[in-house]
Design a protein around this ligand. Structure first.
Ligand code: HEM
Length: 153
């Protein structure tokens, strides 16, 4: 049973990589956009019409795009690893990539918690804080793509 699954994944390898890349593009787009919404959200008064609009945008971005795209990225990525686990799990570049992807996933969780904090008008952090945080997923994404495409070690 397992052999037929991995054989099927291998014979459709390029489709899995394509679906994986589509998923990570959506995930990264949301991970880079959400902290930007937080930046603008800090500039409006809690309870204002603008603040209520930002709450809807943040909640929909998280639930409709960011979380489903993260799940799809993991599913397609793990499926590719499962099809050739000896190679991938013994590759230094994949170890580095998975470490950064786990950090990206933890950041996702923190952003999700901040969506809830803003939804309860509980944010106490500054605009500058969210501008700085916005760089974290950007830097992780750059390092991940270099590791998986260049495979430097
Ligand atoms: C979520 C967990 C993830 C897993 C388990 C995973 C796993 C994989 C695997 C096994 C491949 C095939 C690599 C090869 O054969 O060369 C791959 C390809 C790729 N991954 Fe991921 N990945 C994940 C997340 C990400 C993220 C977050 C990014 C970008 C920010 C990313 C970017 C890419 C790219 C660009 C490729 C295509 C590389 C190429 O064809 O040259 N992956 N991934």
């Amino acid at each position: 049973m397992w052999t037929s699954i991995t054989t099927w994944i291998i014979s459709n390898y390029t489709w899995f990589v394509a679906l994986h890349v589509i998923s990570i593009i959506a995930w990264m787009a949301a991970m880079l956009y959400l902290p930007r919404l937080f930046v603008y959200h800090t500039k409006v008064a809690p309870g204002s019409e603008a603040s209520e609009t930002f709450k809807v945008m943040e909640r929909k971005l998280l639930r409709v795009i960011m979380t489903p795209a993260m799940i799809a990225s993991w599913l397609f990525g793990l499926a590719i690893i499962a099809a050739n686990s000896t190679y991938y799990l013994s590759s230094g570049w994949m170890h580095g990539k998975l470490l950064l992807v786990v950090i990206m996933t933890a950041l996702h969780g923190v952003f999700a918690r901040w969506v809830r904090v803003f939804a309860q008008d509980g944010n106490r952090r500054s605009e500058g804080f969210y501008r700085a945080i916005n760089e974290a997923p950007t830097l992780a994404m750059i390092a991940i793509v270099i590791l998986v495409v260049v495979k430097p070690f």
